[in-house]
Design a binder for this molecule. Structure first.
Ligand code: COA
Length: 149
């Protein structure tokens, strides 16, 4: 996917350095050391790990992490869109939408049955992005997400 401003690509093990750069500059930092280039290369060599970045002028400006999950009841995976981030300076320029589109293409190729994503109703940007790219929120009410930290 290419626009005049940015291009979006799914990274493989040969793009480990770009992946590491994206993790270090775009992703909200986790506590503790990151994987390093060898660790990221290994991460990217697993076909179920989907890391998509948006790049502008050779610099990563967006980051999407998803996982293809095997199902026990049918021979088709489903996907969890685990995290998506765009640098504040580059928001509302279509990078988020382009990365979601790229994830959809990965899922179509893998014959995935669905993508699910969890966010807060109060996160207007995430809710807006997921809605405009075709996701439907579970009706308010009975669904609840528990997190074990
Ligand atoms: C959510 C996020 C990834 C969106 O990225 P983005 O590149 O700005 O999104 P896009 O420019 O592709 O926007 C696509 C559409 O999503 C919706 N949208 C995006 N940001 C929005 C906002 N702040 N408020 C309402 N709708 C919004 C709009 O419909 C937008 O289309 P439009 O610009 O034509 O109106 C970005 O805001 C972000 O990194 N937020 C912080 C991290 C986060 O909360 N991630 C999600 C939870 S893990």
């Amino acid at each position: 996917v290419t626009t005049p401003e940015h291009r979006v690509l799914r990274l493989g093990p040969e793009e480990a350095w770009l992946a590491l750069e994206a993790v270090r500059t775009v992703k909200r930092p986790a506590a503790g050391p990151d994987l390093g280039v060898d660790g990221i290369r290994q991460f990217l060599s697993r076909p179920s790990n989907v890391l998509i970045v948006a790049v502008e002028a050779d610099q990563p400006i967006g980051f999407l992490l998803a996982y293809l999950l095997d199902r026990v009841d049918r021979d088709q995976p489903m996907a969890c869109l685990y995290e998506i981030d765009v640098l504040e300076s580059h928001r509302r320029q279509g990078a988020g939408r382009a990365m979601v589109d790229a994830l959809k293409a990965v899922c179509t190729q893998a014959a995935a049955t669905k993508i699910w994503a969890i966010t807060h109703r109060s996160n207007a940007a995430a809710v807006g992005l997921y809605r405009t790219t075709g996701a439907v929120a579970a009706p308010e009410g009975d669904d609840v997400v528990f997190v074990y930290d």
